[in-house]
Design a protein around this ligand. Structure first.
Ligand SMILES: [Ca+2]
Length: 255
């Protein structure tokens, strides 16, 4: 009998050690359905991701490799790109009224470009970090790594209001990073996790939390960086990450 316990003990130990890659919280029912998979340039340290019609706008980060790129996701056809000077670390992007807004991490400048020709037309300043950016059709919504989202005026970047993001236990949810406004909610990556949350823009409460840990294979997972790209088009979400080899078109489970 004692040897049986020992065998069971070792089996538990072995199974525990072999769990290298985090798995979904609810293994019996995935949090999403994969609709399609597209290639993604692994040199892109993705910080911002948004569609305008069929054109994908991607902002990338890191010093010396920050860009703004317009391309077609189905065949990667490049519609133009802008490289930031090496003293700027690009962050979140969003497109509102024909203008692309691109945050910088710690340089406290938001670059503004014409969507049509990528000509830089303005620089707006702000205090603190810049992380994620999206818009609700009227205002810009920005994250900075905290649990607060900032509504900003697209004309001068002034703060119009803030939202405190909390879960159902009234606990603040911080590390909010890439953002996407879709279907009346704000979707956010939580930095250094495999989670995307849906946030009620009125109350700030998290209404859903999706685990995307199983999107990449174990090998892809370890060769790339964190999940950090959410774009929305025609009822689908398109998600990717920093240096990921793929973009996944998914539909979230209605939980
Ligand atoms: Ca986005």
């Amino acid at each position: 009998m004692r040897s049986l316990y020992l065998i069971l003990f070792y089996l538990i130990l072995i199974s525990g050690c072999s769990k290298d890659k985090p798995s979904a919280d609810v293994p019996s029912e995935p949090d999403y359905e994969i609709i399609n998979i597209f290639p993604h340039d692994t040199s892109y340290f993705t910080q911002g991701f948004e569609f305008v019609g069929d054109t994908l706008v991607e902002g990338t980060g890191s010093y010396g490799n920050s860009k703004l790129i317009k391309y077609k996701i189905s065949d990667s056809q490049n519609y133009g790109e802008v490289s930031l000077s090496s003293d700027y670390f690009g962050e979140g992007i969003t497109v509102l009224n024909g203008k692309i807004y691109q945050l910088t991490w710690q340089e406290q400048i938001c670059f503004v470009y014409n969507f049509s020709d990528l000509e830089k037309i303005n620089e707006l300043s702000y205090a603190g970090d810049g992380w994620g950016l999206c818009n609700d059709g009227t205002n810009l919504i920005m994250s900075n790594g905290s649990s607060t989202l900032y509504y900003r005026d697209p004309a001068d970047f002034s703060i119009l209001k803030t939202i405190a993001v909390k879960d159902s236990n009234n606990i603040s949810v911080s590390q909010l990073n890439e953002l996407e406004f879709a279907e009346g909610k704000i979707y956010a990556n939580i930095w250094q996790t495999d989670y995307i949350i849906a946030i009620d823009p009125v109350t700030g409460l998290v209404s859903n939390k999706f685990n995307l840990a199983d999107l990449l294979t174990a090998e892809e997972y370890y060769e790339s960086n964190v999940l950090n790209g959410i774009a929305y088009k025609n009822g689908s979400f398109y998600v990717t990450g920093k240096n990921w080899p793929k973009v996944f078109e998914i539909k979230f489970s209605d939980r």
